[in-house]
Design a protein around this ligand. Structure first.
Ligand SMILES: Cc1cc2nc3c(=O)[nH]c(=O)nc-3n(C[C@H](O)[C@H](O)[C@H](O)COP(=O)(O)O)c2cc1C
Length: 304
């Protein structure tokens, strides 16, 4: 049986395969390491990091919805210094490509976090400009092309690591925002983060989430994510990481065909902890069946 080359190169990062985890759905990997060897993943994208620890939003913070879920976790995390001291060394004991997802309350804070990560073994940094669940930072930057350009440019000046800009779907023109990330010096874009959404309990007549609004993820968002990935990959010469509702290898293949060079698996981890591994195996089998010698040959291979 011929061997398919699963490797992909994203912004200078050589990933062993195109499947990574989506930030916030995988913690720092420890729990999932009980199910499989994390070395099998293309990359681990860790929970969003802020400069100082955050306790997150008031409960309830998650609710299941048809074909998806809402969350308003609000970037609960132990802070970048704790991550560097306690979590990263454990991950780097193995051959794992670690991508740090970061959020700042202002541009200076994004830069400070980048500077702290620079001397570490983190392979790349993903800028979360798209968290809908916090008042400051996150999405505040992601909706406006000028601020996307500014924060990306400033962060790029603070270090040499590849910078992936994570985009919000809560915009009218995703290509305009992705272009701003590219012009600011972003090495790649990842999309989508969650869609701003709401659920109401009719008996208490209250919003279900403590934060009122939350982010919708899971299969319900997949067609939106796929459309946005297709638009960005078609319009710009920048590597795209496809995220949004990927449950199985068939979903992942759709994103690759639409032009994503890699995919990240989010909500699916909650349903099936082995999803990323099954997806890697499914992509390989599909590539073999279809006569692709390398996964990179599948990228954008959609017939129009
Ligand atoms: C519980 C939860 C927490 C999340 N936390 C983060 C985060 O810290 N940083 C980030 O950039 N995205 C975060 N996300 C967004 C996911 O990384 C992903 O972009 C989104 O859920 C869409 O993918 P999915 O439908 O496969 O889950 C979170 C999503 C969920 C469900």
């Amino acid at each position: 049986m011929s061997k398919v080359d699963l490797g992909v190169n994203i912004a200078g990062l050589k990933l062993k395969n195109p499947v990574m985890t989506a930030s916030g759905t995988f913690g720092f990997g420890e729990e999932y390491g009980e199910f499989y060897d994390l070395e099998r993943l293309g990359a681990v994208v860790v929970k969003g990091l802020t400069l100082k620890p955050r306790v997150g939003n008031p409960p309830p913070r998650t609710v299941e919805t048809p074909a998806g879920m809402l969350n308003s976790v609000g970037l609960q995390n132990p802070g970048v210094d704790y991550f560097l001291e306690k979590e990263l060394p454990r991950l780097l004991e193995k051959e794992i490509c670690v991508i740090a997802n970061i959020s700042g309350a202002n541009v200076d804070e994004y830069c400070t976090i980048m500077e702290r990560l620079e001397p570490s073994g983190v392979a790349a940094v993903e800028l979360n400009l798209s968290c809908p669940n916090v008042k400051e930072g996150g999405i505040a930057f992601g909706l406006n092309p000028n601020s996307v350009y500014d924060v990306t440019r400033r962060v790029k000046e603070c270090g040499d690591k590849p910078v992936i800009v994570k985009l919000s779907p809560n915009v009218t023109d995703i290509v305009e925002i992705a272009r701003a990330a590219k012009e600011g010096g972003g090495d790649a874009v990842s999309l989508i983060n969650t869609l701003l959404a709401m659920e109401i309990d009719i008996w208490s007549r209250k919003p279900v989430l403590g934060n009122v609004y939350g982010g919708l993820s899971g299969p319900a968002v997949k067609p939106v994510a796929l459309r946005m990935v297709h638009q960005v990959a078609g319009a710009l010469d920048i590597p795209v990481i496809g995220i949004g509702g990927i449950l199985d290898w068939q979903d992942a293949v759709q994103f690759l065909l639409a032009g994503a060079k890699a995919v990240a698996i989010g909500t699916a981890n909650f349903v099936n902890p082995l999803a990323p591994i099954e997806i890697i195996e499914g992509i390989e089998e599909y590539a073999r069946q279809q006569g692709f010698l390398a996964v990179e040959d599948m990228v954008g291979a959609l017939q129009q």
